[in-house]
Design a protein around this ligand. Sequence first.
Ligand code: UD2
Length: 312
Amino acid sequence: MSKVLITGGAGFIGSTLADKLVEEGNEVVIVDDLSMGSTENIPQSINVTFYEESITNHFFMTKLLITNNFDYIYLLAAVASVADSIERPIETHAVNQNANLNILETIRKEKLTPKKIVFSSSAAVYGNGPELPKKETSSIDPMSPYAIDKFATERFMVDYGKLYGLPTVCTRFFNVYGPKQNPKSPYSGVLSIVSDCLVRDDIFTLFGDGSQTRDYVYIDDVVDALLILATTPEAKNDVYNVATGETISLVDVIKAYESASGRKVKVVKKEARLGDVQDSLADITKLRGLGYEPKVNVTAGLAKYWDALQEK
Ligand code: UD2
């Protein structure tokens, strides 16, 4: 049994990871300010402790880290909105970078001994470069405060490893989807918005012509990737794409969702969003080298997603 900290553990990815870790008999501590997450997502178990706190509360975080000396630390808390970071760059910087740096500093200064610190970064760091698929060595071009903070924090993670010997690893998530993803913001993952429209019979606004492609990765594969990265000692002080290595256009993914749900999506078209990336696709050779293999293709993933929504 390991003692695990998940920041952002009430959110979409963090809470699904928590489900899995609890199922495997681990003790899980969650810190989440509920800005995007929800207590409903958190697994009900005596092995879960939940603190409603922001990771920017340095005093709280420092004390928590020292008292627990966690085996594994997953840093998933973030203001995960590019638009928000453009509106409020200083506030989002405090969460997306400074709070994580404080965690690293506490671990270093207090000589804590986690087996792994996993930081969640984003495909946003690649920006709009033409090279496809994106390899971890592809050029990066962070185009928003969000992407800048993700990239800079990756560097802190990697270099805290090299400078001070902390075992860190970073994930560059592509388009993660699945149950528990919060559709409430217009900048939420598109498949959570489509799901919400299907459930409520609302109209879905499609930005652009629908030909834009993404590498949509199902949440269960993402949880697998996180566990592999945490428990593989060679995955250290490095960065990994987390995706499927497959791409599909927005119109096609909507069609696939219509087949999976047996419903029609009502679509209204609008101008493409400013700064929208046309195509995104990951090269996942590096993660595959650690034994990762995505198991859920888009057809299967959308069927699972729809089933989960029906159960709710
Ligand atoms: C993802 C990230 C974003 C940033 C970006 C970097 C998510 C949710 N977003 O944006 O934070 O890291 O990658 O490249 O992971 N769309 C619609 N209607 C809607 C919503 C979206 O047509 O109501 C379109 C949108 O314009 C885009 C596509 O769907 O072309 C996917 O949108 P998204 O926000 O899910 O993901 P993405 O890759 O643009």
